[in-house]
Design a protein around this ligand. Structure first.
Ligand code: NAP
Ligand code: MN
Length: 271
């Protein structure tokens, strides 16, 4: 089996990266950054997002696992103290794989403009540095609303605990193939009206955002931000691609949510 390790770059993460690389090669696994079967992220969720995007072109043949040295580590199941145990588990391959849905974003320019396609593990957001965004929002080919406000966030189920959560979106279990649309400060009055609630769209329900007022947009895909002008439409839907996580022990999603946002076992005052 071939593996690669993406480190956050701090001393602690680099040390863990070096140890894992050494031990796993001692177990006859091949370090291969080009075509790894397993990508190990050592850091936080930001590092995991980076690892995902480094290998986004070969998701079908790649599984991901996270070792947590960062702050939150929602995607990273293993802590540094468990690295030896994890090495042995990896060396014992084959491993179980759990798949989560992704978001597909296609940004189209006006005639002759560019067309870009992205996959997001957490979310895409659309904002503008120039006042409010004004879009027509179509869902499944039909006009739904005209949105005016700071922006919109379209998230995956595993990204529903990230930016989406801060915007008042719901947490969606990743076994549900869905995307969620959340508003950022919509303008709502007698003249302008939006639904106001987060919307959860199933697979095949495409959401199309069509700018009415031409602005330069800041479009984020996970941790990347890009500036766009001349945008005709931004199309979002559940991607046909999925992300694969290597699972060496069960770690149910709701336990992960609880550990990240409610309490640790050691810190449970309600016990
Ligand atoms: P960051 O500023 O370090 O990320 C913000 C926080 O989100 C960090 O604590 C990060 O964990 C955590 N996080 C990332 N993905 C998560 C997930 N799926 N579930 C729960 N928490 C998650 O920037 P970053 O590390 O490059 O991450 C980019 C992400 O930041 C974006 O995809 C977006 O979701 C999030 N973000 C959130 C807000 C907000 O909540 N208002 C604003 C902008 C961006 P680590 O510390 O382990 O990295
Ligand atoms: Mn981070």
């Amino acid at each position: 089996m071939k593996f690669a390790i993406v480190s956050k770059g701090d001393d602690r993460s680099n040390k863990i990266q070096a140890t894992m690389k050494q031990y796993l090669t001692d177990f006859d696994l091949d370090y291969d950054e080009k075509n790894p079967d397993l990508v190990i992220s050592v850091g936080g969720d930001g590092t995991f997002l980076e690892a995902f995007h480094n290998y986004v072109h070969c998701l079908e043949s790649t599984s991901f696992i996270g070792v947590h040295t960062g702050h939150l580590g929602f995607y990273a199941d293993w802590v540094p103290d468990e690295v030896e145990k994890l090495i042995i588990e990896i060396a014992k391959t084959p491993f179980q794989v759990v798949e989560y849905p992704l978001l597909e974003v296609i940004i189209r320019g006006h005639s002759g403009g560019r067309e870009d396609r992205f996959l997001a593990l957490n979310e895409a957001t659309i904002k503008t540095p120039e006042g409010s965004v004004v879009f027509d929002v179509d869902i499944k080919g039909a006009h739904f609303e005209t949105f005016r406000g700071d922006g919109l966030c379209i998230s995956t189920p595993s990204g529903s605990t990230a930016y989406n959560k801060a915007l008042g979106g719901g947490i969606i279990h990743p076994s549900l193939e869905a995307i969620q649309l959340t508003e950022m400060a919509s303008i709502n009055n007698r003249v302008f009206r939006t639904i106001g609630s987060p919307l959860i769209l199933p697979k095949h329900h495409t959401c199309l955002l069509k700018p009415i007022v031409d602005r330069s947009f800041l479009i984020t895909i996970d941790h990347f931000t890009q500036s766009y002008t001349n945008v005709k439409s931004i199309q979002c839907r559940v991607a046909k691609e999925r992300v694969r996580f290597a699972r060496f022990r069960p770690f149910p999603f709701w336990d992960r949510v609880r550990d990240s946002f409610v309490a640790d076992d050691d810190d449970d005052k309600n016990k």
